[in-house]
Ligand binder design. Structure first.
Ligand code: PMP
Length: 384
C-alpha cells in the first residue's frame, strides 16, 4: 500500500506517537488542571510540554499563547467568531478551504459580514496587486491559506500581512497544510492568528489542532467560542481572562496532545528544512513524471519552491473518481479525488465541479514509491 493522502491526514504515525499515547493512558491519565493529585499533575505536565514544543516550532515566545482545539476547523471558527462583528468586512484568497468559507458564509447571512474574495490565478497563486485595494475600506480581517490543500501553492504571507496591517486589518494564516512541512515563524509571517492541524504535518493523532496568538493580540478582548469549566478561577461564572484557559474549556484531549507532542518532537528531530527539501524533491519527481503521461494536466505552480508536496491533476476525458478507484483497487495507491472541501479553490483554478486527483506524499514516502505511482498511472491512463 502506498499512502498518498497526507494532506487529508498523516499516516502512518511515527511509533513514538503511538507510544506516547499509550503511556499517557497508562501512566498519567488524570484530569489535567483539575484534581491536583499526581495523575492530574502528570497529565498537565505532558500537555504543557506539547504546548512548549508547538510554541518553539511556530516561533511563539509564550507557550500559553498556543490554544489547543479539536482540529484546524475548530480553531478557524474560534478566530472568526472572536474577531468579527456585525457588518465587518473580511478579505479571503481565492484558494480557501470550506473550513473558512462555510463559517464566513453563515456569518454573512446571520451577521451581515461582508466576504470579499481576492482572485487567485490558475496555478493557485494569489494576485497580490489586487489585495491592497480590496482591504479598503476598513477590512477587519484577512484570511489566507498559507498553502492550498488543492495545488500546494504557497501564499506570500509576509506580503499579505504587510498589506493587511497597513489597512488596519488583522491576519489569520491558515497553516493547516504547512505546519511541520514548511518552516514557519508567526512573527516573520506577520500573522495575528496562526491556525494549525495537529494530525497532518505534525504527525499527531486526529482530534488535535489549534491556534497561536500573535504578540499584539489582546486575548481578553476576544469572546471564547465555547464556555465551561477550566479547573481555574472556579469561584466565577465568567470565562477566565488568562490563557489558555479562556479558550480551552472542559476536559482536554490529553491522549491526543501526548501524541501530538511526540509528533512535533519527531518533526523537530528530523528538521523542518530537511523535510521540506525532501518533499520538494518528491514533488519535482512526481510533476515531471506526470507531464510525460498522455492527457494529464497538472494544476499548480511550476516551481516546487512555490508549493508543498501536494500535487493535483486531471486527465482529459476521464473522471477523477474512476482514476482514484483504479489506483486503490488495482495498485493499492491511496489518494483523494474530487473537490477536497475547497470548491472555491477549484473555481479559481478551473477544475470545478469535477475536481482533481490529488497526490500528497508525506515524510515516509520514498522516491521508489513515486516511481511506482507513476508506473501505475501510466497503466491507468493508457487504458482510455
Ligand atoms: N484548511 C486547510 C487549508 C486544510 O487543508 C484543512 C484540511 N483539509 C483544513 C483547513 C481543516 O483542517 P482540519 O481537518 O484539521 O479541521
Amino acid at each position: 500500500m502506498i499512502y498518498m493522502d497526507h494532506a487529508a491526514t498523516s499516516w502512518p504515525k511515527p511509533p513514538e506517537v503511538l507510544k506516547a499515547m499509550i503511556q499517557y493512558l497508562e501512566e498519567s491519565g488524570g484530569n489535567p488542571g483539575r484534581s491536583g493529585h499526581r495523575l492530574s499533575v502528570a497529565a498537565g505536565r505532558i500537555i504543557y510540554e506539547t504546548r512548549e514544543a508547538v510554541a518553539e516550532l511556530l516561533g511563539v515566545r509564550d507557550p500559553l499563547r498556543v490554544i489547543f482545539t479539536l482540529n484546524a476547523t475548530h480553531a478557524i471558527n474560534l478566530v472568526l467568531r472572536a474577531t468579527l462583528r456585525p457588518g465587518d468586512r473580511v478579505v479571503v484568497t481565492g484558494m480557501e478551504h470550506n473550513a473558512v468559507m462555510r463559517p464566513l458564509r453563515a456569518m454573512a447571512v446571520k451577521h451581515g459580514i461582508q466576504v470579499v474574495v481576492a482572485p487567485a490565478q490558475s496555478d493557485g497563486s494569489t494576485d497580490v496587486a489586487q489585495v491592497g485595494p480590496l482591504l479598503q475600506p476598513k477590512a477587519r480581517l484577512l484570511v489566507a491559506a498559507h498553502a492550498s490543500n488543492v495545488t500546494g501553492t504557497l501564499a506570500p504571507m509576509e506580503e499579505l500581512s504587510r498589506l493587511a496591517h497597513a489597512a488596519g486589518a488583522l491576519v489569520l494564516a491558515d497553516a493547516a497544510q504547512t505546519v511541520g512541512a514548511v518552516p514557519i515563524g508567526i512573527g516573520h509571517m506577520g500573522a495575528d492568528f496562526l491556525v494549525f492541524s495537529g494530525h497532518k504535518g505534525l504527525l499527531g493523532p486526529p482530534g488535535t489542532g489549534g491556534v497561536a496568538l500573535g504578540d499584539g493580540v489582546d486575548a481578553t478582548a476576544l469572546e471564547p467560542l465555547i464556555l465551561g469549566g477550566t479547573g481555574s478561577r472556579s469561584e466565577s461564572e465568567e470565562p477566565p481572562a488568562h490563557l489558555p484557559d479562556r479558550f480551552e474549556v472542559g476536559t482536554p484531549n490529553g491522549v491526543g496532545l501526548a501524541g501530538l507532542g511526540a509528533g512535533v518532537r519527531w518533526v523537530q528531530s528530523h528538521g523542518v528544512e530537511e523535510l521540506r527539501a525532501r518533499e520538494m524533491s518528491l514533488r519535482r519527481q512526481l510533476v515531471e513524471g506526470l507531464k510525460t503521461l498522455r492527457g494529464v494536466v497538472v494544476h499548480g505552480p511550476r516551481n516546487p519552491a512555490d508549493a508543498t508536496a501536494v500535487v493535483s491533476f486531471t486527465v482529459l476525458g476521464r473522471s477523477v473518481s474512476e482514476i482514484g478507484s483504479q489506483l486503490d483497487e488495482r495498485f493499492g495507491i491511496l489518494c483523494r479525488v474530487g473537490l477536497h472541501c475547497a470548491p472555491r479553490a477549484h473555481r479559481s483554478i478551473g477544475t470545478y465541479p469535477e475536481g482533481t486527483v490529488r497526490l500528497s506524499p508525506g515524510p515516509f514516502i520514498e522516491p521508489a514509491d513515486i516511481d511506482a505511482v507513476l508506473s501505475a498511472l501510466r497503466q491507468v491512463v493508457a487504458r482510455s
